[in-house]
Design a binder for this molecule. Structure first.
Ligand SMILES: [Zn+2]
Length: 208
């Protein structure tokens, strides 16, 4: 089988990491026709793309942050599920960074490249643990590799948070009187939290 050069599969361009044979960008910083998104943080997940492929949790975060029309169409992908586009196969693997975060494996011919997105291998009860993915090229996110970042033990950091209180003075004021209508916030979790199924139209309108 023909061996592909890595730069023929994924190449950094102004809009982001571009997969020319697959016709998509990974975590693009500018609006593109088709975007593959590693996770919901705003420096990776931006609004305005034509079609977005991401985990359901990442799509939910984008919907909550940017609103229902954050992309032309969306498609959810599960960890380990394969999406084929011509000679290119895309699979998502847990990155252990935040809920729904994924490393993106892009395979073409017999060459596999993994773009990590942000990741961590420490235990985190909020997300699926990091998975080691065999590959020919590993493109690692380096932001938090800078020595300036020193992350303490998660359990010790959690102890610094104020303990929940049941005392009266910490209760929210009762809703009563004129003007206290129970109008739900537009950012209500009902609008698109992880427990709400994706819109039926999303998958069917996706252009992969
Ligand atoms: Zn992140």
């Amino acid at each position: 089988m023909m061996h592909m050069r890595p730069q023929d599969i994924l190449l950094p361009v102004a809009a982001g990491l571009c997969c020319k044979p697959g016709g998509f960008h990974i975590d693009p910083v500018r609006p593109v026709e088709r975007a593959v998104i590693t996770h919901g943080h705003s420096d990776h997940a931006r609004a305005g793309h034509g079609a977005v492929l991401a985990t359901q949790e990442t799509l939910d975060m984008m919907r909550l942050r940017y609103g229902e029309n954050f992309a032309g169409s969306t498609q959810a992908i599960r960890y380990g599920e394969e999406i084929r586009q011509g000679d290119v196969t895309v699979t998502f693997h847990p990155a252990g960074h935040v809920l729904g975060s994924a490393q993106i494996a892009v395979s073409c011919k017999d060459t596999c490249i993994v773009a990590s997105g942000d990741y961590k291998d420490a235990r985190d009860p909020t997300c699926t643990p990091f998975e080691l993915v065999p590959c020919d090229v590993f493109i690692t996110e380096a932001t938090f590799g800078l020595p300036v970042f020193r992350h303490g033990d998660a359990a010790d950091e959690a102890k610094k948070l104020p303990a929940p209180s049941r005392s009266r003075r910490h209760r929210p004021p009762p809703i009563s009187g004129r003007g206290a209508s129970p109008t739900p916030s537009p950012r209500s979790p009902r609008a698109g939290c992880a427990c709400v199924p994706a819109r039926d139209s999303a998958a069917s309108s996706y252009r992969w």
